[in-house]
Design a protein. Structure first.
Length: 689
């Protein structure tokens, strides 16, 4: 596809097929995402429907992973750029030779004029053949696109020049100055192709984040099977295989560390720059880079379920999606080319009938109008910005699932934060030990699955305390646990003070522990930044009022809704939306799922081994509220760039077409301006990277 009219027509064709409920065609990605009923129409029938319109189309290769799809797309982009580069620079070189020869050859109707015709015909047939073939196919189907404009413009210039060359006396007898514009034909084709070449290069640049993600997946891995180490392709791995990961290697698949210890660089997945320590029991992800230690990893996730696969797939879908702001450009492009053709023809007639221009002059004006009005910039304005910004977000550990979510994120006025796991770390931690009771309490709690028990045991391990054997363990829900340690009855029970437990030995209280869900280090700064952006920040919590307000005070939140269950969180979001302000809900993607769905933008906070990629409109791959700030800031910048792009595209055509119609623009200059408009839109979008 070459312009917005192309993508709009393909999209319309797909939507009109029986069984299709939705279709979104992306000009920059050269892809269509279609929702259809396979009982009514098949994917192959949809592919054929696109091919019948004159465009090439192919289906995703069955069984090929998202990473493999992206690798293949990268190869295609390189090949596309290489082909355009040869055609663009080749035709431009011929054009420069023709222009350089003018001072010596002039425009006399001799051998040089015939040579110019041959060169122009060669460039049109070689470098520009796509414009004519696709333009003819478009006209045959009763539609018009950029190819039609270029084909008509260069075709008219070539025909009038050929007529002048073959029948110069006819022009003299009609009191018209015989002029040839073969060099204009060559330059128009060359400059349009240069613009397309730069667009193709920009496509590669805007997709660089996705390409880098796909490149993370190693092609081979070392596996230990039956005591023997084998080097296998990633596609040969099986669930349960033991991966041998040496220092400095990329990990081949998601799994659990069963031997060894190391630090792992997960920055390309989560945006977290500091390496993450991995010990036995820790989870690692395919594509991340091992540090200085050796690891033995049991593979537990393969294929489409792996984290890297999910990230690449989500990012591909987001970059292929449209933002609502694109709708205006789509509506304009649907009628733009036919209107331009009419304006061009009317301009030529007006100059010929009322302006005193001869046929040659009128034709040149028609050509200039046709060439300068190619709607390339209009079609690139939004998708280039989406590609650049979603790629930038992915590098920051932020997955934005659609163009619509990207747009809505910048319109948010209220940010609602869940407390546990979002503002706080989501797991209790021992903050105070009263008396020499930690070892006794941990020994008994080691047999319990309660989160507080795990926190007590973890603290004992950190302090190097040995756990003693326990007999007669008893758990009393809501009360505590007990067991016999070294012949003494040890009880760990809830205390009256907030977050506290008491430790009793043979019925006598000998000490206690205080536990709290610690606030994340970055939460206060992130809340301050959100409020500094003019956003209203509200905290939702299922915890009691006292505990919720204590956390709110620590991070600077002044509005709290406490003591609410998941259904209550949905109601709270609805109340906030009632004022007409868009609401973003930030939660862990689990018990907050209903509220995430209800909010205008749901932001799922991932933490630890739970990368909640599928939850919400936006997924933060690191458990850090700073990601919320960065996502909103990026959305606002992206929307500004989109509006700038669309504004420039519309202003360019609004100004350029009348200037050309008034006869003030040479067709070659018009072609250069058209190419420059597309490149300027792309370069503006690349600032988002």
């Amino acid at each position: 596809m070459t312009c917005a009219a192309c993508s709009s027509f393909v999209e319309k064709t797909l939507v009109e097929q029986a069984g299709v409920s939705r279709a979104s065609v992306n000009l920059m990605m050269n892809q269509a995402v279609v929702e259809f009923d396979p009982g009514v129409v098949s994917a192959e029938q949809l592919r054929l429907a696109v091919e019948e319109t004159g465009y090439g189309a192919s289906l995703p290769v069955a069984g090929r992973s998202a990473v493999e799809e992206e690798d293949a797309r990268g190869v295609t982009l390189v090949a596309e750029y290489g082909e355009l580069r040869v055609r663009a620079l080749g035709s431009l070189s011929i054009g420069l030779v023709m222009m350089g020869a003018m001072p010596f050859m002039g425009h006399e109707l001799g051998w040089w004029a015939w040579m110019q015709m041959v060169l122009a015909l060669g460039v049109a047939g070689w470098a520009g053949r796509g414009f004519y073939l696709k333009g003819f196919a478009a006209v045959r189907q009763g539609r018009a696109d950029m190819n039609v404009l270029v084909a008509m413009g260069t075709g008219a210039a070539f025909l009038i020049s050929t007529a002048t060359l073959i029948w110069p006396h006819g022009f003299h007898s009609s009191e018209m100055m015989p002029q040839i514009y073969f060099e204009a034909v060559v330059f128009i084709i060359a400059l349009v192709l240069v613009g397309k070449m730069l667009e193709a290069r920009a496509k590669r640049q805007t997709s660089v984040a996705l390409q880098q993600l796909a490149a993370l997946q190693p092609k081979r891995a070392t596996v230990r099977r039956e005591g023997v180490e084998l080097e296998l392709g990633i596609g040969e791995l099986r669930r349960g295989d033991l991966l041998v990961v040496r220092p400095g290697e990329r990990i081949g698949a998601d799994g659990e560390v069963i031997e060894g210890g190391s630090s792992v660089d997960e920055s390309m997945l989560t945006g977290e720059s500091l390496p993450v320590e991995k010990v036995v029991g820790g989870r690692v992800y395919g594509g991340t880079k091992n540090g200085q230690g050796g690891l033995l990893v049991r593979v537990n996730t393969l294929g489409a379920e792996s984290v890297l696969e999910q990230i690449v797939r989500v990012l591909r879908e987001a970059q292929g999606d449209k933002a609502p702001v694109q709708a205006l450009a789509d509506r304009v492009s649907a009628v733009f080319v036919p209107v331009v053709v009419a304006i061009a023809l009317l301009s030529g007639l007006a100059w010929a009938l009322a302006g005193g221009a001869d046929l040659v002059r009128a034709t040149v004006i028609v050509v200039a109008v046709l060439v300068i009005s190619c709607p390339c910039a209009m079609g690139l304005a939004v998708p280039t910005a989406i590609l650049a910004s979603t790629g930038k977000a992915a590098k920051m550990g932020i997955l934005i699932r659609s163009g619509e979510a990207l747009e809505r994120l910048g319109e948010v006025g209220i940010v609602v934060l869940d407390k546990t796991g979002t503002i706080t770390q989501g797991k209790p931690k021992v903050t105070e030990v009263i008396g020499d009771v930690l070892g006794l309490a941990a020994s008994v709690e080691a047999l319990s699955e309660h989160p507080l028990a795990r926190a007590i045991v973890e603290e004992a391990k950190v302090r190097g305390l040995a756990l003693e054997p326990v007999v007669g363990f008893v758990a009393k829900p809501g009360v505590g646990v007990s067991g016999v340690v070294g012949g003494r009855l040890v009880e760990v029970v809830a205390a009256e003070r907030r977050g506290g437990v008491s430790v009793l030995v043979d019925g006598v209280e000998v000490g206690g522990l205080t536990l709290a869900d610690a606030v994340k280090e970055t939460s206060r700064e992130a809340v301050g930044r959100l409020r500094g952006m003019g956003l209203r920040v509200v905290m939702l919590s299922g915890d009691r009022e006292e505990a919720a307000w204590a956390v709110a005070a620590l991070v600077g939140i002044e509005e709290v809704v406490a003591g609410v269950l998941p259904a209550g969180k949905v109601e709270a979001v609805e109340r906030l939306q009632a004022g007409g302000v868009k609401v973003a809900m930030v939660g862990d993607g689990l018990n907050d799922a209903p509220a995430l769905e209800k909010a205008d933008v749901g932001i799922a906070m991932a933490s630890g081994s739970d990368l909640a990629i599928e939850a919400g409109d936006v997924a933060l791959l690191r458990g850090d509220l700073q990601g919320v700030v960065e996502a909103i800031e990026l959305s606002r910048r992206t929307m500004r760039v989109m509006r700038q792009n669309l504004g420039w595209a519309f202003v360019y055509n609004v100004v350029g077409i009348p200037v050309a119609a008034l006869g003030l623009l040479n067709p070659v200059v018009a072609a250069g301006a058209m190419a420059l408009s597309s490149v300027s839109v792309v370069l503006n979008s690349l600032r988002l990277r």
